[in-house]
Design a protein around this ligand. Structure first.
Ligand SMILES: Cc1cc2nc3c(=O)[nH]c(=O)nc-3n(C[C@H](O)[C@H](O)[C@H](O)COP(=O)(O)OP(=O)(O)OC[C@H]3O[C@@H](n4cnc5c(N)ncnc54)[C@H](O)[C@@H]3O)c2cc1C
Length: 294
């Protein structure tokens, strides 16, 4: 194991949407040396962010708010009834879907900051477009959106990941691919860095601050079965194969309290012939892969 004397201002574990936004926010807050650690190789990087359709739930009060996010043409404005999506609707949707098993403070932040967050993401180069393709229908000559979803990222998940990479690079934030965080460097008082495995070697990276944005445990059959229940080891994973619960395990290992709804998840009916990982639409390139070993 080689230790480096370099001390990063911020190390972000992961390279999906949470990580990219955290890294850019750290830069905004004045951090100079910020790096993202990505377990996956470059051609599979970006976690579930790369698999999302990119639909973004956001509170808005009519077309003027949508114009803060999207460059709309005159025709789009004339032929679309954008309606509204209120804070109350967003809260109701969260409560209904989670059956009230949600953290009140996090829900409050998510809802009340949703518009300003997307405006901030736009200022960082993330582009949004109206979801005419799958969330709108035409009534009396006007498009209307349904399901509380009105905008998505341009190019869906791959578009979002590419824009995040572009933007972080322009902000001087490097992504280290094939670099798996395996342990937090913890002295019993504070976290001072991350032990990583890269190119078959272990190395310690020191940091003043570590942000963990390394996804969940969807791609770990043992953890799925332990927390969601028997039979879940058989589920197909529509997303990345790299989210195997490292973030959760690293935190529990240093004594973090477990919190929240561990046995809940977002699952949909799926094709039994689907690949073990990845979406059907983009599954071909991932079909050949099995569980990652490093
Ligand atoms: C098919 C599909 C469709 C979806 N559609 C939507 C949608 O339309 N709208 C919506 O809002 N959400 C959608 N989602 C959910 C959305 O994709 C996720 O909530 C979001 O991408 C999570 O972002 P994240 O940055 O937290 O995690 P991720 O994007 O999963 O990023 C985790 C990152 O951590 C990395 N990582 C994991 N372990 C380590 C480690 N030990 N060391 C270093 N790096 C590590 C991963 O490789 C990855 O880069 C969808 C998800 C799927 C799978």
């Amino acid at each position: 194991m080689s230790d480096s004397d370099e001390v990063w201002d911020v190390i972000v574990i992961g390279a999906g949407n949470a990580a990219g936004c955290a890294a850019m926010a750290a830069k905004d807050a004045g951090a100079k040396d910020v790096v993202m650690l990505e377990r996956a190789p470059e051609d599979e990087a970006g976690g579930n962010t790369r698999f999302t359709a990119g639909a973004m739930r956001v509170v808005y009060d009519g077309v003027e708010d949508i114009k803060k996010l999207v460059e709309l043409s005159e025709t789009e404005i004339e032929t679309t009834d954008f309606g509204t999506y209120t804070q109350d609707q967003f809260f109701d949707d969260i409560f209904r879907v989670t059956q009230y098993r949600c953290d009140p403070e996090m829900a409050e932040t998510l809802v009340t900051k949703s518009l300003e967050t997307l405006v901030w993401m736009r200022s960082k180069g993330i582009q949004f477009v109206p979801i005419y393709g799958r969330q709108a229908f035409k009534i009396d000559g006007k498009f209307k959106f349904w399901g509380g979803l009105t905008v998505e990222t341009r190019g869906g998940g791959p578009g979002l990941y590419d824009a995040l990479q572009d933007s972080t690079q322009k902000n001087g934030i490097q992504t280290l691919f094939n670099t798996r965080a395996i342990e937090l460097l913890y002295d019993g008082v504070k976290v001072g860095g991350v032990r990583v495995k890269s190119g078959g070697e272990l190395r310690d990276m020191k940091a003043k601050c570590v942000v963990i944005a390394a996804g969940g445990f969807q791609a770990n059959p043992e953890m799925r079965t332990r927390y969601l229940g028997p039979g879940w080891e058989l589920a197909k994973v529509r997303g990345t194969r790299f989210n195997t619960g490292d973030a959760v395990n690293m935190e529990l290992k240093i004594g973090a309290a477990s919190y929240g709804n561990w046995s809940g998840g977002h699952a949909v009916g799926w094709d039994r012939n689907a690949p073990e990982f990845g979406d059907l639409a983009v599954g071909d390139q991932f079909q050949k892969h099995s569980y990652p070993s490093s």
